[in-house]
Design a protein around this ligand. Structure first.
Ligand SMILES: Cc1cc2nc3c(=O)[nH]c(=O)nc-3n(C[C@H](O)[C@H](O)[C@H](O)COP(=O)(O)OP(=O)(O)OC[C@H]3O[C@@H](n4cnc5c(N)ncnc54)[C@H](O)[C@@H]3O)c2cc1C
Length: 384
């Protein structure tokens, strides 16, 4: 749903210009230093990028899902690290509060997330539970007006920067699966919260992940999201449905950027006395990439509109994540191939993008988990 086309066009133009003029020129610096320059972070705050999806009453822009994916197509045309910094506040870090938080919790945290004053992370994965997230072992034991949290969370995006964490922990040790899990907001300064060393990653330099360790960490009971035990896994899954559509849109934007770079190179590069773009085997790679990007874009817009219409899009979100992330990997591979040897050295952005986009097939549910979700929903629907 697009609420006001003119207002949206202004936003999309602003994003597109910001990406082209400020972010693309800073890509190499971010890759070399593993940091996003402070002046760029400040500009991201000024433009309102941290609050794109936070509801307007809490200081954000309150984008609808359709508007959000259109914005994500633009933001993703540069290094994914920039998107990653604003991604958790707009998505997995804040959505738990937005969908299931109490009014008081929303009023307390969301305005600071929308302004970028505070960064939020989403802490579900653990050393022993990734795809099988419902088997998580972090515990939260009630003690008076507090919960005592113990456990380790792994690969947590923006953990080094975060001021708050949405943490899924088991409040009922007798219930082994999803039903024993609750969601909490844990502030970084709480005694017993430790952030591990930054992970050394294959790509996405400038975006940071780390372990988050809880040792007898006393979290006020008021920070139980929604004030209700046992529904934290459901909250996490609602967050991920939306997150999967967002990541799918990021895959499209990144693929569009890689294809633009490959097309430009193919037109400029001469072999056998002519531009390599004249060779039909190169044209096949360009055309297949274009068609697949178009397909992903179309399905994401369709799923986004359905979500805005309040339809259950669990299957569609997984279809989008599965197709768009795999598509992005194929486009990255072809774009390297079109660049030839130049695609394997870091002078051209494609070498970096090839590594950066590999993550999209892994996090927020691997490709295999998306396949399982789609098939499970198909079978369940066939049985009712
Ligand atoms: C850079 C980065 C950032 C991340 N950010 C966050 C974050 O902010 N918050 C957070 O909570 N997590 C985060 N994650 C964790 C991410 O979501 C998990 O890594 C992912 O869900 C996979 O879990 P795993 O790594 O434990 O792999 P595993 O679950 O061990 O999977 C290993 C392989 O087995 C396959 N597999 C597993 N189960 C099945 C099955 N039933 N059938 C078929 N195949 C299966 C998987 O598809 C995969 O190929 C991040 C990870 C990375 C690398």
């Amino acid at each position: 749903m697009i609420r006001d086309q003119e207002t949206l066009n202004v936003l999309l133009d602003t994003l597109s210009r910001f990406v082209r003029e400020r972010l693309v020129p800073a890509e190499n610096e971010v890759a070399e230093t593993d940091e996003i320059p402070a002046d760029i972070v400040a500009e991201m705050r000024d433009i309102g990028l941290f609050g794109l999806c936070v509801p307007e009453e809490y200081g954000g822009l309150g984008l609808t899902m359709e508007e959000e994916v259109l914005a994500a197509f633009e933001i993703a045309k540069t290094s994914p690290a920039f998107r990653s910094l604003i991604g958790t506040n707009n998505g997995i870090g804040s959505q738990g509060l937005i969908v299931d938080g109490t009014e008081e919790q929303k009023r307390h945290y969301l305005p600071k997330l929308a302004s970028g004053e505070l960064i939020a992370s989403f802490a579900l994965t653990e050393p022993g539970s990734g795809s099988d997230a419902a088997s998580l072992r972090t515990s939260a034991r009630r003690d008076g007006d507090f919960y005592v949290v113990n456990g380790t969370k792994r690969f947590i995006t923006n953990a080094p920067e975060a001021g708050i964490f949405t943490v899924m922990a088991r409040t009922n040790p007798d219930v082994k699966g999803a039903g024993g899990i609750s969601a909490f907001i844990v502030e970084k300064g709480t005694p017993g919260v430790h952030i591990g060393k930054r992970d050394k990653k294959m790509g996405q330099k400038g975006a940071h992940t780390a372990d988050v360790i809880f040792e007898n960490c006393r979290v006020p009971a008021a920070n139980l999201i929604g004030g209700k035990e046992g529904v934290g896994f459901k909250t996490a899954m609602k967050v991920l449905d939306k997150g999967r559509l967002h990541i799918s849109a990021i895959c499209v934007g990144a693929a569009e950027r890689m294809l633009e770079d490959a097309l430009r190179y193919a037109i400029e590069r001469q072999q056998f006395g002519q531009p390599i773009a004249e060779f039909q085997l190169i044209q096949a790679m360009l055309a297949d990439s274009k068609a697949e990007i178009y397909a992903a874009r179309s399905m994401i817009l369709d799923a986004a509109r359905r979500r805005d219409n309040k339809e259950d899009i669990s299957t569609e979100a997984s279809c989008c994540k599965l197709f768009a992330s795999e598509m992005c990997g194929r486009v990255a591979d072809r774009a390297v191939q079109i660049h030839g040897g130049a695609g394997y050295v870091s002078e051209y952005a494609i070498e970096r993008f090839y590594r950066d986009v590999r993550l999209f097939r892994i996090y927020e549910g691997t490709t295999q988990i998306q396949q399982l979700v789609i098939a499970r929903n198909m079978i369940r629907n066939a049985q009712v």
